[in-house]
Design a protein around this ligand. Sequence first.
Ligand code: HGY
Ligand code: MN
Ligand code: MN
Length: 410
Amino acid sequence: MESNISINIDRMWSTLMDMAKIGPGIAGGNNRQTLTHEDGEARQLFQKWCNNANLEMNVDELGSMFFLRKGIDNELPPVVIGSHLDTQPTGGKYDGVLGVLAGLEIIRTLNDLDIKTKRPIMIVNWTNEEGCRFAPALMASSGFVGTVDVNQILNTKDLDGKVFKEELAKIGWNGKEKVGSQKMHCYFELHIEQGPILEKENIDIGVVTHGQGLRWLEVELIGVEQHTGTTPMNVRKDAGLVMAKIITEVNNLANNNQPNLVASVGHIEVYPNSRNVIPGKTIFTIDFRSHIDKKLKDIEAKIRSIVSKISEDHKVKFTIKDVANYDPITFDKNCVNFIRNAAKKYNYTYKDIVSGAGHDACAVNTKIPAAMIMCPCVDGISHNEAEEIKKEWALTSTNVLMHAALEAAQ
Ligand code: HGY
Ligand code: MN
Ligand code: MN
């Protein structure tokens, strides 16, 4: 590629803003959780745009959407660009969406310039990256590479007891293609950093070399429901108190084992959740992450002993379920170099970075050579409706994504 071609950022930006209208949140962001009616609407809009760009669609049994742009030699597996359109309940306009619509803008640009590539190019919308409605995160991309069982996924229930496969059929995206059958030569994903580093250091491009490992341990505590007014303190089996103590101890553990470790509890259920009943049951998920495998394993053992010690001290029964278990990953060196070369070609500033968040690329990389590009986001805010990026950042990162994909496709 002799000239530095550029995407059409105004077209891309208005496409991003059109998608942001679907599943609006209450504070300017999005609540477009997976397999909801709003997710279905977003999928239809994306399909329309891809049809207009002359792409061929395939949908697999988990609803992941694959759009193919033919190359000169269509026997060759495609270069793939993907991410996700589903959001957190208090999600932003760019988490996942930027990567999917950057892929669409690249296709539109190649069509405008009538650029032919040796390999076909494919863009992907993975079902349920977030894992907030149906756990685990990176769900369909993990099903695709076989690290999470497809049948287990199809039968997963959300907090209201709704079943994945029924919700998928309800929005009409239960595809026929066998999960994992899609051929891929390599995979690139553009994603906002969701952290403060790139913006603070005024760097255009994050060249992602590694991804943190993440664990979700779901803890269920069984105490005894009793009257909050009449039950003496020394006989209470208070599942709410034990949960609170565990959350505090997990936080202390993370703070005492810095650097390279984070932990929080974001999902909490209290039963019967009545003001004057001592909680008889609590369910909560401990999310902890590190890019150092040994550290993850050590911390998991320590968390398990915190749960058992505090539960036993208060005569409360406990169970621990492994809900998500992703090891730290190292992205493919060749793909990472395509990204570095592209950033150099455009004279953008860039730096190597480790991804703090999990991404579909982390799942895909276990089977197919993959790499990621990150762009800054304002104040590093994400999983918050205030998530924001500058238009310039979408331009630079999508140009790098385009050049990396083109280099891999020639
Ligand atoms: O949890 C994650 O890291 C991703 O945002 N789903
Ligand atoms: Mn994401
Ligand atoms: Mn996310």
